[in-house]
Structure formats: structure tokens, C-alpha cells
Design a protein around this ligand. Sequence first.
Ligand code: 3HC
Length: 314
Amino acid sequence: MHNEHTNQHFQLRIDNGEYIEAKDYMPDGYRKHLIRQISQHAHSEVIGMQPEGNWITRAPSLRSKQILLAKIQDEGGHGLYLYSAAETLGISRVELIDQLHSGKAKYSNIFNYPALNWADIGAIGWLVDGAAIVNQVSLQRTSYGPYSRAMVRICKEESFHQRQGYEIMANMMKGTKEQREMAQDAMNRWWWPALMMFGPHDTDSPHSSDAVKWKIKRETNDELRQKFIDKTVQQAEIIGLTIPDKDLKFNEKTGHYDIGKINWDEFHRVINGNGPCNKQRMEHHIKYHNEGAWVREAAEAYKKKRLAKQLEIA
Ligand code: 3HC
């Protein structure tokens, strides 16, 4: 009889396509891997609210302001689902936030670039959320139950994010010469960092072999990146945008687009704290986290009071 609490039994469950739940036996490595990935995913959702938040007061119409507000609110909610999923693995919210503030935990490279104008808001929705959808649709089948369920919920909202971004770009490409140039400039600045969102090439990814073995990742970084490229190149062509890659070429043999070299030096510089906005993003998060301390203290005090009352009655 297999002892339920062994790595062999665990791997058998994974190989059988079973979902692992919080109370199930899991190897420490699986738990640590998930805490790292889910928490960084959550941090990305919350930090990603900053570049878009800067454009709420500058949105060109009431409609676009409403859409942007709804999107940013969604991102905050995605962060909360994901922090809650990470907490089921035995880490507290305080520890998660400390890891972000100390630089121990990363967040997606993409949010360290500035949103310079309204076309950037279109490019973020279309390219960044578009890349996130490709990654997150795949993650719906991740082996950890709470993460998978969070993904199912999040993916329902992501397609609206991507579509509203594409609509902004399509409208600008039907606009004046200046608007078309603005949209193309945003495309040129966001295309390559969006490709980097999928992580290093599989051959350079230290976590992918475990992630695939434990079915945390159901597709690899390069597989997902390729899916995103094949889909997005066609969307760009439809609205008249040019992909900023002179080596982009459809490969009749593979049926996919081949691309030029990704600048991994830029990727490592940005994810290690030296991107255009890293300092600003962290200062902003720390400032408002500290200013919000009173809300957390009040909620904590209320929780304690309620608990004491229930114990009195019991
Ligand atoms: N940005 C920052 N760091 C990255 C990165 C990126 N785009 N891609 C990889 N890295 C880091 C990894 O975190 C790891 O560093 P660590 O050991 O300090 O954690 C290192 O580079 C090696 O990368 P690996 O590919 O080996 O790491 P993973 O197996 O974790 O794969 C990943 C990276 C594909 C991003 C994977 O973690 C993943 O799928 N995460 C969930 C999705 C996610 O986090 N998306 C972020 C965007 S969320 C978003 O866009 C919100 C949307 O609503 C706008």
C-alpha cells in the first residue's frame, strides 16, 4: 500500500493529472516553487496597476476612463486572488509583501517601463494583457488546485483587458498621422519587453524542468511565447501596425513566425532592479503600503474584537 505521504505517491498523482489541494501531501520543493511563482504573479498584478493608474485622469473620454478604471480594479482583484492562493501554502501576506519590498521577490519585467502616452495604454492592454492571457490560459491547468481556480476566474476578465487595448490601437491607426505615429511608437517600445514576459528561453530557464515535471507549467516559456507571436503578428497586420523586428519571417516549414534575437541583457538588467521605473514602482508601493497600515490595524482589531465576542457567547 503506497504511503500517501511520499514523493513517489505525489508524483503518481501528478502523472495521473490529479489536482493537488492545500491539505494534501506535497514535497517541500513543490510548495516553495509555487510560493515563488504565485507570489510573483500576484506582485505583478498589483505593480501593474501603477503605469495604468497614471492615465486615469488623462483618459481621452469618459468611456475610456470608465474602461481603464474597470481594468485597474480587475488587476487589484487578480492580485488578491493570487495572494490568497499563495497563503494556502503556508506563507503570510506580511511575509509576501516583505519579500516584494526587500527585492527578494520579483514581479514581471514589463511593469518597469513607463506608460508615456495614451497609445501606451492601448499597447499595454493589447500586448501585455495579450501575453498574460496566453500564459494564464495555460496555467488554468496547473496542478495546484487553488492556483488553477484563481486562473479560471482571472482569465474571464483578461480577454476584456486585451480587447480594450486592441480597440485603442485600432482606433488610433484609423486616426490622424500623429495618432498613427504614436501607436507605432508604442508598438516599437512594448513589443520586445512583452516577449520577455514569457521568461528566458527554455534552455536558460532554471525552474522549467521542475515546473513541467510537477505540471505547474503545462507549456514551456518558448511554446507560449511562440503562440503569442503567431497570434499578435496577424492582429498587428490587420490594423496596419509594423512589428519592430527586421528578422520577423513566416516559416513555411514550421508554420510559425521566426523572430530576431531577444535582448536578454536588457531582460536581466530590468528584472534585477535596473529598468527605467523599478525604483519608482517600489517607492510608490512602499509609500502607499505604509500609509494604509491604519486600515490593516483597524481590520485586525475588529477581527480580534469579534472573535472575543464569539468566545464570550460560546
Ligand atoms: N519578469 C520578471 N522575472 C522573470 C520573468 C519576467 N517576465 N520571467 C522569468 N523571470 C524570472 C523568474 O522569476 C526566475 O527568477 P526567480 O528564481 O528569482 O523567481 C528567473 O527569471 C528564471 O525564469 P524561469 O523561466 O526559470 O522561471 P519560471 O519557471 O518561474 O517562469 C514565468 C517564469 C513564465 C513568468 C512563470 O513564473 C509564470 O508563468 N508566472 C505566472 C505568470 C506571471 O507571473 N505573469 C506576470 C504577468 S501578470 C500580468 O501581466 C498581469 C496582467 O493582468 C496585466
